[in-house]
Ligand binder design. Structure first.
Ligand SMILES: Nc1ncnc2c1ncn2[C@@H]1O[C@H](COP(=O)(O)OP(=O)(O)O)[C@@H](O)[C@H]1O
Ligand SMILES: [Mg+2]
Length: 333
């Protein structure tokens, strides 16, 4: 059986080298005995998939991708262009969309992830009635989060991500409109509303030890109170910058097995030890070969929640993490 090679984005300034962001993965892959080929990310994004894969040898057989996120439609073109050259991505276009977009994975993870609803849009903010109906589907009151099928604007937390009260439909409309405006042409799929849940936070400077490992069984220390018990609903975003303050573990799954459990790239030096029992069965039900799940521990101590699912090919790998086992598993898959 041929061994899968890994496709990486080329450096736009030097197409013979990997993009500097992925150079360490290329190095690690080489050290693990693996092979990579380069693709032109800009050409992929521009819908010129045949051109993007010209450096991939013909007849390359099984392939994984590790690179920047692609819209699902662009990934489908990527996959087709590789097939035309005798290669095949081990994650199909349908599998990619399933793991990459919230509506694709939500049905399987419902109950293990904050309740969510969505409104498909073609780039314009949804009408007031549609937002009111969506808010009602989430129970009609309490705090919520806005994102699209793939990404949030967590760095513009108060402006374009966090809704303090769903019953305040004018405020829901304002946050959603600002979110849609800021996403612009990059809005993926539509607008998602999710009920806000309090998660244990990363230890804040000035708050001393604590954080999620603290609240979690098996974690060390005390005081998982970085979650802003201040009644503002900021939760783990108590610093006000909203910059991903929940402490999340990113679990990398290959064929239903966790091959790497590490910190989320937003808190790369923070270790969390999530309980994977419940999640593993859901990942297996999802049926995608290579995915990530971001897990956070509920501030009330009631357990781990899936914040997001992602396609493993386009999930950010925290720099410096020991990913050799992950890469070895991929090229043995
Ligand atoms: N339902 C939620 N309740 C509480 N916090 C949330 C919720 N959804 C997202 N967050 C917070 O916002 C951050 C960004 O949301 P996420 O869904 O992971 O989007 P992104 O794709 O932009 O990372 C998360 O890391 C988490 O800290
Ligand atoms: Mg996230």
């Amino acid at each position: 059986m041929p061994v899968p090679a890994i496709l990486l984005p080329a450096d736009p300034l030097n197409p013979r080298r990997p993009d500097p962001h992925f150079a360490w993965e290329a190095r690690l892959l080489r050290e693990s005995g693996g092979e990579h080929h380069l693709v032109d990310h800009d050409a992929l994004l521009a819908g010129r998939a045949e051109e993007a894969v010209l450096r991939v040898p013909r007849g390359s057989g099984p392939l994984w991708y590790r690179g920047w996120m692609l819209p699902s439609a662009r990934y489908a073109e990527f996959s087709a262009a590789l097939t035309a050259r005798g290669g095949h991505l081990l994650t199909s276009a349908a599998g990619y969309a399933t793991a990459h977009e919230l509506p694709g994975w939500y049905g399987v993870f419902e109950g293990a992830t904050p309740p969510s609803t969505w409104i498909p849009t073609a780039g314009a903010a949804p009408a007031a009635e549609e937002l009111a109906a969506a808010a009602a589907r989430l129970g009609g009151s309490g705090p919520a989060i806005v994102k699209d099928y793939v990404k949030s604007r967590k760095h513009e937390w108060h402006e374009a991500c966090y809704v303090p009260e769903l019953a305040d439909l004018a405020a829901v409309g304002r946050v959603v409109a600002r979110f849609v405006e800021l996403q612009g042409e990059f809005l993926a799929g539509g607008v998602v509303l999710r009920r806000f849940e309090r998660f244990a936070g990363l230890p804040d400077a000035g708050r001393g030890v604590g954080g999620p490992g603290a609240a979690a069984p098996g974690g060390a220390g005390t005081g998982a109170d970085g979650t802003g018990a201040d009644g503002t609903g900021d939760g783990a975003h108590g610093r006000g910058d909203g910059a991903g303050r929940a402490a999340e573990a990113r679990v990398w799954w290959l064929d239903g097995e966790p091959v790497l459990v590490g910190p989320h790239p937003d808190g790369p030096r923070h270790t969390v030890e999530p309980d994977l029992d419940g999640v593993q069965a859901l990942v297996r039900t999802l049926g995608c070969r290579f995915v990530t799940t971001d897990l956070a521990y509920r501030a009330d101590g009631s357990g781990w929640r899936v914040v997001e699912v992602g396609d493993g090919q386009v999930s950010e790998l925290p720099h410096g993490i020991d990913a050799s086992g992950l890469l070895t598993s991929l090229i043995a898959a």
